[in-house]
Design a protein around this ligand. Structure first.
Ligand code: DSN
Length: 467
């Protein structure tokens, strides 16, 4: 989550760099079809406004670490306690990632091995809950996540999932959480969301957990960068366990983290194993075999970039941008869930506009803006169509865009959403001239605000663009 790549090309070449270059050359020569696809992907990323709220851009140094020679290492277990030889360097890399995760989040324990936050959540839940145990989490339609007990997820089948929801203002119904907790006596309460634009009151969740003797799991996947930079209150010492993905807002590789704060010695369900030890075993050997050493190196790099003044600046800008985006869209008459935002996310209820989330997503994509359809509370449309649109400002802020550029984004989004003519929930028409103009404006913005370390999108002629 930092704005500049910093120091690229200033250090003498290392054998590892030479290997990565050799790899890139070989790929281009031996597999031009695949290399071409990767070039196209890069060109797309450089010339589109990525506003998918669950995404951030990895610094090129993170990508380099993810492509590291550590891919060749097989090493089950943890540093100093592996089940395979040849892991001396990887041990140090994993220790570095763990130490950085502890520092960035103020944790007492960090497990950097989960392949995703979904697998991290599964590890945590299966270690705290017996099969059929009661789990209380935010409902999917109210903005929760699949792994918080949705019937579409294995967590909704392994456990008896009960869901809390939102109040009439679209805010988490904390009184309802307490009422449901007293009624159903969950062993685990999950505080976290995928489509919730407001602050989460972790202290209030903890009070409910204490009231019924439950463990509190905070899933901060969406807001981890804001938490790390102090832009959202941290749950680390309030929750018993905290999980996050490393790519949604941390600019890291695909992967997850499990963190434990003040409760690291609190006994797990067996009454004696401390939560830190329990989480260690929960990942390996209980739910994962070999870790992904190259991904862990990339996590170490991404975590190393947090905690800097630049990362804090980016986090501040993410929030300011989202606020500006929300105010601008509301000012143009769009209905927003909760009326605004406190974090990186803005959720538009498209039902008054009479277009589906899918139509909005596709029309915006045609113009070079990426934002995904999302169900909204009370939605009658299925998830693949949805009645809402979720926007996020992580990558815009990483590009260095501020509230002034959000005015341009509002203008673009509003123009597209008001011009699109819905034939039905999945098909639409859009004036090709408007579309061409919007694309050119998107590319001009992307050209002025390139992703740090990435090539800039440049306008060639008219609306044609090349990198
Ligand atoms: N929950 C999905 C999202 O927020 O996009 C990713 O896991």
């Amino acid at each position: 989550m930092t704005r500049t790549a910093g120091g690229a090309g200033t250090t003498p070449p290392s054998p590892h760099m030479a290997l990565l270059r050799e790899g890139a050359e070989r790929l281009r020569a031996a597999d031009p079809a695949l290399a071409g696809l990767l070039d196209s992907e890069l060109a797309d990323q450089c010339s589109t406004l990525a506003m998918v709220a669950s995404s951030s851009a990895a610094d090129p140094s993170v990508l380099a670490a993810a492509g590291a020679v550590l891919s060749n290492v097989t090493a089950e277990g943890y540093p100093g306690a592996r089940y395979h030889p040849g892991s001396a360097c990887f041990d140090e890399v994993e220790r570095l990632a763990e130490a950085r995760a502890r520092t960035v989040f103020g944790a007492r324990y960090a497990n950097v091995q989960p392949h995703s936050c979904s697998s991290a959540n599964l590890s945590v839940l299966t270690s705290l809950l017996p099969p059929g145990g009661v789990l209380l989490g935010l409902g999917l339609d109210e903005g929760g996540h699949l792994t918080h007990g949705s019937s579409a997820s294995v967590t909704g089948h392994l456990f008896h999932a009960v869901h809390y929801g939102l109040d009439e203002h679209g805010l988490i119904d904390y009184d309802g959480v307490l009422r449901l907790a007293r009624e159903h006596r969950p062993r685990v309460i999950v505080a976290g969301a995928s489509a919730y634009p407001r602050r989460i009151d972790f202290a209030r969740f903890r009070a409910v957990a204490d009231d019924v003797g439950a463990y509190l799991l905070a899933d901060i996947s969406h807001i981890a960068g804001l938490v790390a930079s102090g832009e959202h209150p941290s749950p680390l010492d309030l929750a018993h366990v905290t999980t996050t993905s490393t790519y949604k807002q941390l600019g890291g590789p695909r992967g997850g983290l499990i963190l434990v704060g003040a409760e690291h010695r609190t006994p797990g369900p067996d009454g004696h194993t401390g939560l830190a030890d329990l989480m260690r075993r929960a990942v390996f050997p209980r739910s994962q075999g070999t870790p992904n050493p190259a991904a862990i190196a990339a996590k170490a790099r991404a975590l190393g970039m947090l905690g800097t003044e630049e990362a804090r600046w980016t986090a501040r800008m993410i929030v300011e941008d989202a606020r500006a985006l929300a105010e601008g869209l509301a000012g143009r008459g769009h209905r927003l869930l909760t009326g605004g935002t406190d974090n990186h996310m803005v959720v538009v209820d498209l039902r008054p506009a009479r277009i589906s989330g899918l139509v909005a997503e596709r029309a915006l994509e045609e113009c070079g803006i990426l934002a995904n359809r999302n169900r909204v509370p009370g939605d009658s449309r299925p998830p693949a169509v949805a009645g809402g649109l979720r926007l996020g400002t992580n990558i815009l802020a990483q590009r260095g865009m501020g509230p002034a550029e959000m005015a341009d984004c509002v203008d673009l989004i509003d123009r597209i959403l008001t011009a699109v003519v819905s034939v039905d929930d999945t098909t639409y028409t859009l004036d090709p001239q408007l579309c061409r103009r919007a694309r050119a404006e998107v590319r001009e913005l992307c050209g002025r605000f390139p992703l740090p370390g990435y090539p800039a999108a440049t306008l060639r002629t008219g609306s044609e663009v090349s990198l």
